[in-house]
Design a protein around this ligand. Structure first.
Ligand code: AMP
Ligand code: MN
Ligand code: MN
Length: 315
């Protein structure tokens, strides 16, 4: 059931024991929104913790409280008055959902593709980041921002907007971020940490770019990484940022081997609705940034995604 921000605020205020979670393959917005709200809830005397069923990329080690995030232990049960699922629909939270016994489940998200399966859902697809919603939620509860809260929320806003450059950046995003800078967040410290790469990661990106292919009259740039190539292309972090600058491209993406007959696709566009393409394969996202997993042998998966993109380009 969809609810308003004030109704969501009341649900949060009424709960004492709260578990926060987000999607697997965590990013700045998933970690920032859960951890940011956790800090605020703890400051209100609530029993709040974050469970995420995945490894956390080391760039997020600068976030205060990152060491408190737990991965659900096998067979362990977690009880709560309220489970808050942030920045994703319920089904992409790994093993968290089955491990948590919560009286109520509240989903807070900004993905236009949200499946609306949650018991309670506050969805704002006009916001660039779930952290932007958290900013409003805390204000709706009469709160203020500590530096810990602000650092987490700023990180999510910055990463989901490409540091306030993407088309999802609005006056509200900038004002919300300004509130956080006002209490002491240092934008340069966050951006340096988020963009940090090891030598090996830079070389992996170089190897990935060598596999660049162009399609659909230069409107599509893609890197296909099969099982063999995946051994040397150990990270795809930042790869799409390098492809999107190619003149004439509308859609850039990579397709990377995950396991036998399973490939992860990550797409970015300059207006073409890639979330609609992702949904063909049961994925989702936003108009200009989306992803999905394709279950097929390599050649078939490659053909399927290229065809789906071609159809969307010619709509
Ligand atoms: P990524 O390319 O992984 O950075 O993801 C871009 C956007 O698409 C993010 O908002 C993700 O939450 C979303 N997304 C990526 N993969 C999936 C998926 N398998 N299912 C649903 N949404 C996804
Ligand atoms: Mn996210
Ligand atoms: Mn997000």
């Amino acid at each position: 059931m969809k609810i308003t921000l004030d109704e969501a605020a009341k649900m949060v205020a009424d709960a004492q024991t709260i578990i926060l979670t987000s999607h697997i393959r965590p990013d700045g917005d998933s970690i920032g929104s859960t951890l940011g709200l956790m800090h605020w809830l703890r400051a209100q005397g609530k029993d709040a913790r974050v469970l995420i069923d995945d490894e956390l990329p080391r760039i997020f080690n600068i976030l205060p409280g990152i060491e408190t995030i737990e991965r659900p232990a096998e067979g362990k049960r977690y009880a709560a008055d309220l489970l808050i699922v942030c920045d994703v629909e319920l089904k992409r939270t790994g093993e968290v959902l089955p491990a948590v016994d919560a009286v109520h489940v509240l989903n807070i998200d900004h993905h236009v593709t949200n499946d609306e399966e949650a018991e309670y859902l506050y969805l704002n697809p006009d916001y660039a980041a779930t952290c932007e919603i958290m900013h409003d939620l805390i204000l709706a509860m009469g709160g203020t921002f500590s530096l810990d809260v602000a650092t987490c929320l700023y990180t999510g806003m910055a990463t989901d907007t490409g540091f306030f450059r993407f088309s999802n950046t609005t006056p509200h995003t900038m004002r919300a971020a300004a509130d956080l800078i006002e209490v002491g967040v240092k934008p340069n410290i966050i951006s340096v940490a988020m963009e940090l790469k090891s030598y090996d990661e830079v070389m992996a990106q170089v190897r990935a770019i060598r596999h660049l292919e162009m399609f659909h009259d230069g409107r599509v740039a893609a890197v296909f990484i099969d099982e063999e190539k995946a051994k040397e292309v150990t990270t795809t972090e930042g790869l799409l940022d390098a492809l999107r600058v190619i003149e004439g491209t509308q859609v850039v993406f990579f397709m990377k081997w995950l396991e036998k007959d399973t490939y992860r696709v990550s797409m970015r566009s300059k207006g073409t609705n890639v979330s609609r393409i992702a949904q063909v394969f049961d994925g989702g996202g936003h108009i200009r940034a989306a992803g999905c997993t394709i279950h097929a042998p390599f050649d078939e998966a490659k053909q399927k995604i290229l065809m789906a993109i071609g159809e969307e380009l010619n709509r």
